[in-house]
Design a protein around this ligand. Structure first.
Ligand code: SF4
Ligand code: SF4
Length: 237
Protein backbone atom coordinates (compact mmCIF):
# COMPACT_ATOMS: atom_id res chain seq x y z
CA UNK A 1 0.00 0.00 0.00
CA UNK A 2 1.18 3.50 -0.70
CA UNK A 3 0.33 6.71 1.09
CA UNK A 4 0.49 9.97 -0.82
CA UNK A 5 2.76 12.22 1.29
CA UNK A 6 1.29 15.32 -0.35
CA UNK A 7 -2.22 14.40 0.79
CA UNK A 8 -1.51 12.77 4.19
CA UNK A 9 -2.03 15.07 7.17
CA UNK A 10 -0.48 12.64 9.67
CA UNK A 11 -3.73 12.29 11.65
CA UNK A 12 -2.94 8.60 12.36
CA UNK A 13 -6.52 7.36 11.86
CA UNK A 14 -5.39 4.56 9.54
CA UNK A 15 -2.86 3.03 11.96
CA UNK A 16 -5.26 0.91 14.03
CA UNK A 17 -6.72 -0.75 10.93
CA UNK A 18 -3.44 -2.34 9.83
CA UNK A 19 -3.26 -6.01 10.96
CA UNK A 20 0.51 -6.01 10.47
CA UNK A 21 1.31 -2.76 12.32
CA UNK A 22 3.01 -1.64 9.13
CA UNK A 23 1.88 2.00 9.29
CA UNK A 24 3.67 4.58 11.43
CA UNK A 25 3.94 8.34 11.57
CA UNK A 26 7.33 9.73 10.57
CA UNK A 27 7.90 13.48 10.38
CA UNK A 28 4.14 14.15 10.61
CA UNK A 29 3.27 11.82 7.74
CA UNK A 30 2.15 8.20 7.62
CA UNK A 31 4.60 5.78 6.06
CA UNK A 32 4.14 2.10 5.22
CA UNK A 33 6.85 -0.45 6.02
CA UNK A 34 6.79 -2.19 2.65
CA UNK A 35 8.41 -5.35 4.04
CA UNK A 36 5.72 -5.77 6.70
CA UNK A 37 2.80 -4.71 4.48
CA UNK A 38 0.96 -7.75 3.09
CA UNK A 39 -1.22 -5.72 0.67
CA UNK A 40 -4.39 -6.83 2.44
CA UNK A 41 -6.14 -3.56 1.53
CA UNK A 42 -7.77 -3.20 4.96
CA UNK A 43 -6.49 0.35 5.47
CA UNK A 44 -8.03 1.39 2.15
CA UNK A 45 -11.32 -0.48 2.57
CA UNK A 46 -11.77 0.91 6.09
CA UNK A 47 -12.27 4.38 4.56
CA UNK A 48 -10.45 5.67 7.64
CA UNK A 49 -8.49 8.26 5.73
CA UNK A 50 -10.32 11.60 5.63
CA UNK A 51 -8.27 12.83 2.68
CA UNK A 52 -8.07 9.61 0.59
CA UNK A 53 -4.29 9.47 0.86
CA UNK A 54 -4.08 5.63 0.79
CA UNK A 55 -3.43 4.29 -2.70
CA UNK A 56 -3.46 0.69 -3.90
CA UNK A 57 -0.32 0.24 -6.03
CA UNK A 58 -0.11 -1.70 -9.30
CA UNK A 59 1.57 -4.81 -7.97
CA UNK A 60 4.05 -6.87 -9.96
CA UNK A 61 5.25 -10.45 -9.44
CA UNK A 62 6.11 -11.73 -6.88
CA UNK A 63 4.57 -9.00 -4.69
CA UNK A 64 1.18 -9.82 -6.23
CA UNK A 65 1.19 -12.91 -4.01
CA UNK A 66 0.84 -10.71 -0.93
CA UNK A 67 -2.57 -9.53 -2.09
CA UNK A 68 -3.59 -12.95 -3.38
CA UNK A 69 -3.04 -14.55 0.02
CA UNK A 70 -4.00 -11.60 2.24
CA UNK A 71 -6.82 -9.76 0.54
CA UNK A 72 -9.96 -11.97 0.62
CA UNK A 73 -11.53 -10.29 -2.39
CA UNK A 74 -8.61 -11.23 -4.64
CA UNK A 75 -9.13 -14.26 -6.89
CA UNK A 76 -6.26 -16.68 -7.33
CA UNK A 77 -6.14 -17.34 -11.06
CA UNK A 78 -4.83 -20.90 -10.74
CA UNK A 79 -7.94 -22.09 -8.91
CA UNK A 80 -10.51 -19.36 -9.49
CA UNK A 81 -10.96 -19.29 -5.71
CA UNK A 82 -10.88 -16.06 -3.73
CA UNK A 83 -8.44 -15.86 -0.86
CA UNK A 84 -5.72 -18.03 0.57
CA UNK A 85 -7.22 -21.53 0.67
CA UNK A 86 -9.60 -23.58 -1.40
CA UNK A 87 -13.36 -23.86 -1.10
CA UNK A 88 -12.84 -27.35 0.29
CA UNK A 89 -10.76 -27.14 3.41
CA UNK A 90 -12.98 -27.32 6.51
CA UNK A 91 -16.11 -27.91 4.39
CA UNK A 92 -15.76 -31.60 3.63
CA UNK A 93 -19.50 -32.16 3.86
CA UNK A 94 -19.78 -30.31 0.54
CA UNK A 95 -16.72 -31.60 -1.28
CA UNK A 96 -16.32 -35.08 0.17
CA UNK A 97 -12.60 -34.82 -0.38
CA UNK A 98 -11.67 -36.68 2.80
CA UNK A 99 -13.01 -40.21 2.83
CA UNK A 100 -13.61 -42.46 5.79
CA UNK A 101 -10.31 -43.76 7.08
CA UNK A 102 -8.54 -40.53 6.13
CA UNK A 103 -7.70 -37.34 7.97
CA UNK A 104 -7.44 -34.01 6.19
CA UNK A 105 -4.93 -31.54 7.54
CA UNK A 106 -5.04 -27.79 7.00
CA UNK A 107 -2.01 -26.08 8.49
CA UNK A 108 -2.95 -22.42 8.75
CA UNK A 109 0.27 -20.44 8.95
CA UNK A 110 0.41 -16.85 10.13
CA UNK A 111 -2.20 -14.68 11.76
CA UNK A 112 -2.93 -10.94 11.90
CA UNK A 113 -0.06 -9.38 13.80
CA UNK A 114 2.48 -11.97 12.71
CA UNK A 115 1.84 -13.02 9.12
CA UNK A 116 4.13 -15.53 7.49
CA UNK A 117 6.71 -15.56 4.74
CA UNK A 118 6.91 -18.28 2.13
CA UNK A 119 10.33 -19.11 3.56
CA UNK A 120 8.59 -20.02 6.82
CA UNK A 121 5.95 -21.96 4.87
CA UNK A 122 8.78 -23.88 3.22
CA UNK A 123 10.14 -24.92 6.63
CA UNK A 124 6.90 -26.83 7.22
CA UNK A 125 6.30 -28.12 3.68
CA UNK A 126 9.82 -29.57 3.58
CA UNK A 127 9.38 -31.19 6.98
CA UNK A 128 6.01 -32.66 5.96
CA UNK A 129 7.36 -33.83 2.60
CA UNK A 130 9.73 -36.18 4.42
CA UNK A 131 6.59 -38.17 5.29
CA UNK A 132 5.67 -38.43 1.61
CA UNK A 133 2.39 -36.54 2.02
CA UNK A 134 0.56 -35.48 -1.15
CA UNK A 135 -0.12 -31.76 -1.03
CA UNK A 136 -3.62 -30.83 -2.22
CA UNK A 137 -3.49 -29.95 -5.90
CA UNK A 138 -6.37 -27.44 -5.76
CA UNK A 139 -4.69 -25.38 -3.07
CA UNK A 140 -3.01 -22.19 -4.40
CA UNK A 141 0.01 -22.84 -2.21
CA UNK A 142 0.67 -26.21 -3.83
CA UNK A 143 1.04 -24.55 -7.23
CA UNK A 144 3.88 -22.47 -5.75
CA UNK A 145 5.96 -25.50 -4.79
CA UNK A 146 8.87 -25.87 -7.20
CA UNK A 147 9.21 -29.50 -6.12
CA UNK A 148 6.15 -30.96 -4.32
CA UNK A 149 8.12 -34.12 -3.58
CA UNK A 150 10.63 -32.25 -1.42
CA UNK A 151 8.26 -29.47 -0.32
CA UNK A 152 10.52 -26.77 -1.80
CA UNK A 153 8.84 -23.43 -2.54
CA UNK A 154 9.76 -21.34 -5.58
CA UNK A 155 13.00 -19.50 -4.86
CA UNK A 156 11.73 -16.15 -6.18
CA UNK A 157 8.88 -15.89 -3.67
CA UNK A 158 10.57 -16.99 -0.44
CA UNK A 159 10.82 -13.48 1.01
CA UNK A 160 7.22 -12.51 0.25
CA UNK A 161 5.10 -11.99 3.35
CA UNK A 162 1.38 -12.80 3.53
CA UNK A 163 -1.23 -12.65 6.27
CA UNK A 164 -1.95 -16.38 6.19
CA UNK A 165 -1.31 -19.38 3.97
CA UNK A 166 -2.83 -22.86 4.31
CA UNK A 167 -0.93 -26.08 3.64
CA UNK A 168 -3.41 -28.86 2.80
CA UNK A 169 -2.97 -32.63 2.51
CA UNK A 170 -4.52 -35.83 3.75
CA UNK A 171 -3.19 -39.04 5.28
CA UNK A 172 -4.65 -42.38 6.40
CA UNK A 173 -5.83 -42.35 10.01
CA UNK A 174 -2.98 -44.60 11.10
CA UNK A 175 -0.44 -41.93 10.05
CA UNK A 176 -1.76 -38.98 12.05
CA UNK A 177 0.81 -39.59 14.77
CA UNK A 178 3.66 -39.10 12.28
CA UNK A 179 2.19 -35.81 11.05
CA UNK A 180 1.53 -34.45 14.53
CA UNK A 181 5.05 -35.40 15.61
CA UNK A 182 6.57 -33.49 12.67
CA UNK A 183 4.42 -30.45 13.43
CA UNK A 184 5.41 -30.49 17.09
CA UNK A 185 9.08 -30.84 16.24
CA UNK A 186 8.95 -28.05 13.65
CA UNK A 187 7.12 -25.44 15.70
CA UNK A 188 10.09 -24.46 17.88
CA UNK A 189 12.17 -23.42 14.87
CA UNK A 190 9.39 -21.36 13.29
CA UNK A 191 9.32 -17.61 13.77
CA UNK A 192 5.57 -17.43 13.25
CA UNK A 193 2.44 -19.21 14.45
CA UNK A 194 0.24 -21.89 12.92
CA UNK A 195 -2.98 -23.67 13.81
CA UNK A 196 -3.98 -27.16 12.72
CA UNK A 197 -7.30 -28.05 11.09
CA UNK A 198 -8.00 -31.74 11.70
CA UNK A 199 -10.73 -32.89 9.32
CA UNK A 200 -12.40 -36.31 9.49
CA UNK A 201 -15.69 -38.08 8.94
CA UNK A 202 -17.66 -40.08 11.51
CA UNK A 203 -18.37 -43.76 10.89
CA UNK A 204 -21.95 -44.94 10.37
CA UNK A 205 -22.32 -45.67 14.08
CA UNK A 206 -21.33 -42.09 14.93
CA UNK A 207 -17.86 -42.98 16.20
CA UNK A 208 -14.92 -40.77 15.30
CA UNK A 209 -11.90 -43.02 14.63
CA UNK A 210 -9.63 -40.10 13.73
CA UNK A 211 -10.41 -38.27 16.94
CA UNK A 212 -9.92 -41.47 18.93
CA UNK A 213 -6.55 -42.02 17.21
CA UNK A 214 -5.38 -38.54 18.22
CA UNK A 215 -6.69 -38.99 21.77
CA UNK A 216 -4.69 -42.23 22.11
CA UNK A 217 -1.59 -40.19 21.27
CA UNK A 218 -2.41 -37.71 24.01
CA UNK A 219 -3.90 -34.92 21.89
CA UNK A 220 -7.01 -33.20 23.17
CA UNK A 221 -9.49 -31.25 21.06
CA UNK A 222 -10.74 -27.98 22.42
CA UNK A 223 -14.44 -27.70 23.12
CA UNK A 224 -14.24 -24.07 22.03
CA UNK A 225 -14.25 -24.59 18.29
CA UNK A 226 -15.44 -22.93 15.16
CA UNK A 227 -17.61 -25.36 13.22
CA UNK A 228 -17.76 -24.88 9.46
CA UNK A 229 -20.62 -26.55 7.66
CA UNK A 230 -21.11 -26.38 3.94
CA UNK A 231 -24.37 -25.03 2.64
CA UNK A 232 -24.14 -26.57 -0.79
CA UNK A 233 -24.66 -30.01 -2.31
CA UNK A 234 -24.08 -32.58 0.47
CA UNK A 235 -21.78 -35.52 -0.26
CA UNK A 236 -22.46 -38.82 1.45
CA UNK A 237 -20.22 -41.26 -0.46
S1 SF4 B 1 -2.46 -2.96 2.93
FE1 SF4 B 1 -2.82 -4.07 4.87
S2 SF4 B 1 -0.79 -4.55 5.67
FE2 SF4 B 1 -0.52 -2.94 4.10
S3 SF4 B 1 -0.56 -1.04 5.21
FE3 SF4 B 1 -2.67 -1.39 4.55
S4 SF4 B 1 -3.63 -2.50 6.26
FE4 SF4 B 1 -1.39 -2.58 6.57
S1 SF4 C 1 -5.61 8.40 7.83
FE1 SF4 C 1 -4.89 9.36 5.93
S2 SF4 C 1 -4.25 11.39 6.54
FE2 SF4 C 1 -4.42 10.20 8.41
S3 SF4 C 1 -2.33 9.38 8.74
FE3 SF4 C 1 -3.46 7.82 7.59
S4 SF4 C 1 -2.98 8.27 5.42
FE4 SF4 C 1 -2.43 10.10 6.61
Amino acid sequence: MNIDPDECTGCGSCIVYCPMEAISIVDDHAVVDQDLCVECGVCLRSSACPVDATEEPDLTWPRTLRALFSNPITVFQETGVAGRGTDEVKSNDVTGRYKRGEVGFGIEMGRPGTGTTFRQVQQLTMALATLGVQFEKKNPLTSLLSDPGSGKVREDILNERVLTAIIEFKVPVDRVGEVLAVLEKSQAALDTVFSVDYISRPDDDGSLPAVEAAAKLGYRFSEHVKICTGLGRPRVD
